[in-house]
Design a protein around this ligand. Structure first.
Ligand SMILES: *Cc1c(COP(=O)(O)O)cnc(C)c1O
Length: 375
């Protein structure tokens, strides 16, 4: 029974500005859980500023707790990994055809190659580049379409013979891993294994076959192969809903003003909420520019002084109004916008539900004005 008390106490502690507290011990615990779940290697995917938790902090924490690779979606992010002093193998995918191969090479960055055109550009750069052939295994999104695979493999073999690339890996991605029984998962796995077989027949010797992200890693060991790529799971989100992971975020904001209003008062732009009784309103200095989704207006709640309170009216760019009922609090009191939920406060999942989106979008969109505090 101590957890709720702790939560309430934290909720009442005064704060001076909107603050995102990032708990790296949660990232560490989640990483260890994934490392234990697979016999393959573990790549920590730290794109989008480590899913909003800090690229360098998440990368370092993951490497200290069982990850051996890092994954990003741009060469610039890979350079940020190196600038943080991290020397682990790093793979960048989603690179444009005219991506900066020279910079990638200088920082020992592996590149995903999703087409014959990308491969030609890598060869033309004139370095020896470590590459992973990226195959579309059933998403029609990134990766080479199956009708290009033979040509891609043959060209990769020629580039290898010419000393321009080393084909380290073959990678795919699953569209339906959040739904473990879905036939697209089996088809995706078969597609990847067929791609690996074609690569071998073309004379390539890829040693790192990778397909699974968070959801497949948790639900389907048959997809693990040589390496799993874990992004959102590191920060406590499981798209398959099968596993309880630890959330690392707590977003708080001070109530900057409290006002008493009578019944019949319209609140905020458009008066979308009109009070039906006299009440007390608290003002939060945080809005959609800080990552509170405007679409959550009319549904969202925050926790103030140990109780859930509704956000009323539309969420503005910089501010939001909370209905405190007949229990006003002192200005300066902290409202908990979301946290792990162990003190009864709303969670990232709650906000995603209120906004009609997924938790990934909530954690990756907290704006730059919000102060970060890391422990
Ligand atoms: C983002 C991404 C991942 C990580 O996925 P999660 O579901 O966040 O673990 C893995 N692979 C690719 C290709 C990605 O783009």
């Amino acid at each position: 029974m101590t957890a709720p008390v702790t939560g309430i106490r934290r909720a009442c502690a005064p704060v001076h500005e909107a603050t995102l507290a990032i708990d790296l011990s949660a990232v560490a615990a989640n990483t260890r859980r994934f490392a234990k779940a697979t016999r393959g290697e573990l790549m920590a995917v730290v794109k989008a500023d480590g899913f909003g938790h800090g690229l360098a902090d998440v990368a370092r924490t993951a490497l200290d707790n069982g990850a051996t690779w890092l994954g990003v979606t741009s060469i610039a992010e890979a350079v940020a990994v190196r600038a943080a002093g991290l020397g682990a193998p790093v793979l960048s995918w989603l690179n444009p055809v005219d991506g900066d191969v020279e910079t990638a090479c200088r920082h020992r960055v592996d590149l995903a190659v999703p087409s014959v055109r990308h491969l030609a550009a890598v060869v033309e750069a004139g370095h020896l580049v470590r590459i992973h052939l990226q195959l579309d295994t059933g998403m029609a999104r990134d990766g080479a379409a199956p009708d290009e695979w033979l040509e891609l493999m043959a060209a990769a073999r020629r580039a290898e013979a010419a000393g321009r690339v080393t084909v380290v890996g073959v990678m795919g991605h699953l569209a339906m891993a959040h739904d473990p029984g879905h036939p697209a998962n089996t088809m995706g796995r078969h597609a990847l294994l067929r791609g690996v077989e074609l690569a071998r027949r073309a004379g390539l010797r890829p040693s790192v076959r990778h397909l699974a992200a968070t959801a497949a890693t948790l639900t389907d060991p048959g997809t693990h192969l040589d390496l799993v790529r874990i992004g959102v799971g590191l920060v406590g989100i499981d798209p398959s809903g099968s596993t309880r992971l630890r959330s690392a975020l707590r977003l708080t904001a001070p109530i900057v003003q409290v006002r008493r209003v009578s019944a019949g008062v319209g609140i905020g732009y458009g008066h979308t909420h009109v009070t039906d009784r006299a009440t007390n309103l608290g003002l939060l200095p945080i809005g959609y520019a800080d990552g509170l989704p405007r679409a959550a207006s009319g549904r969202a709640e925050v926790m103030v002084a140990g109780r859930r309170r509704p956000v009323v009216g539309v969420i503005s760019m910089d501010q939001a109004v909370v209905d405190l009922g007949d229990e006003p609090v002192d200005p300066g009191t902290a409202a908990v916008v979301f946290g792990p939920g162990d003190g009864g406060e709303p969670t990232v999942d709650d906000w995603a539900g209120w906004a009609g989106t997924i938790p990934h979008e909530i954690v990756t969109r907290i704006g730059p004005r919000v102060r970060r505090s890391v422990r």
